[in-house]
Design a protein around this ligand. Structure first.
Ligand SMILES: CC(C)(COP(=O)(O)OP(=O)(O)OC[C@H]1O[C@@H](n2cnc3c(N)ncnc32)[C@H](O)[C@@H]1OP(=O)(O)O)[C@@H](O)C(=O)NCCC(=O)NCCS
Length: 260
């Protein structure tokens, strides 16, 4: 897995709007903007409001736990900043709506879903103190962000991973291998429009490519699909970015490519 630090040469920081600054994580693909947003607990919650559409503000009011609301807001900030960088226009110019499985999609605000198609692909992840979002023009993406020191207990590893996956985790890295595999599976699931916890047995890490710092993840189907998840560590966070390694077929294709 590759490691980066804030202020390091590979990481660009951009002020997308006053009080909205994001770090651009390095990816080798064109047409993709991966944004990392570090929340400042001192920041007044009202600072987020200009970036929300009316429908989003109403969705946010449904979050009753303050920490969950703050994380949700951070995710919106990262997503809107990334979308503004990819397509231009102010960060408030996009509306994020969830589909029936919970996948976030980007729309133009004010228009009802109806026949309108989502714009590109979006994935969001948040953890305590930060959020990451990735937008992509041409293909689905998935992201997962965790604190890199998050422990994965032996009981959790036995519950979440098969025997072969446990061996892969140890092969990937002696420290953080389980977390890396978890992030990879979560990001891959999101790139297929799925929440991992609902499909734990269908989303499996198949192979580790240490040289490229990635995990190959399979959707066991039917029909089957494959994704590659790049793992990076940025300051105190671990992040996986997943892309389809092959075009899925059938129902899953229709679900993740409604944009066609
Ligand atoms: C729903 C799930 C995706 C949430 O994952 P999470 O790690 O808690 O949270 P994340 O911040 O990474 O992801 C949440 C985001 O996933 C996205 N998401 C939810 N359902 C999705 C789906 N079907 N397809 C794509 N993305 C989806 C949403 O954008 C959501 O953020 P939002 O509500 O602000 O829009 C689910 O897989 C889950 O609950 N995972 C358990 C996490 C866990 O136990 N981790 C242990 C680590 S060792």
């Amino acid at each position: 897995m590759r490691r980066y630090n804030q202020g390091g040469e590979e990481i660009r920081t951009i002020e997308v709007a006053p009080s909205l600054s994001i770090a651009l994580l390095p990816v080798e693909r064109a047409d993709i903007v991966p944004a990392f947003f570090r929340d400042d607990p001192e920041r007044d919650e009202n600072a987020f409001q200009p970036f929300l559409t009316r429908a989003e503000a109403s969705e946010g009011r449904g979050k009753t736990a303050p920490a969950a609301y703050r994380a949700w807001l951070s995710g919106r900030m990262a997503a809107k900043a990334a979308a503004a960088l990819l397509w231009g226009g102010p960060p408030g110019d996009q509306e994020i709506r969830k589909n029936s499985e919970g996948r976030p999609d980007l729309y133009r605000p004010g228009l009802t879903a109806g026949p309108e198609r989502p714009r590109g692909w979006l994935s969001i992840s948040h953890t305590r103190g930060a959020a990451a979002a990735v937008v992509s023009r041409r293909e689905p993406v998935g992201v997962d962000l965790e604190r890199a020191d998050r422990p994965v207990k032996a009981s959790m590893a036995r519950w979440a991973f098969t025997g072969p996956e446990r061996r892969l985790a140890e092969e990937f890295s002696d420290a953080g291998g389980y977390l890396a595999l978890w992030c990879a599976r979560e990001a891959a699931a999101k790139c297929w429009g799925r929440a991992l916890l609902n499909h734990l047995d269908s989303v499996r890490a198949a192979r580790v490519d240490r040289e490229r710092g990635l995990v190959v993840v399979d959707w066991l189907g039917p029909p089957t699909a494959r994704a590659e998840a790049e793992i990076m560590v940025y300051d105190e966070f671990m992040l996986a970015l997943a892309f389809p390694a092959e075009a899925p077929a059938g129902k899953i294709r229709a679900e993740i490519w409604p944009h066609e």
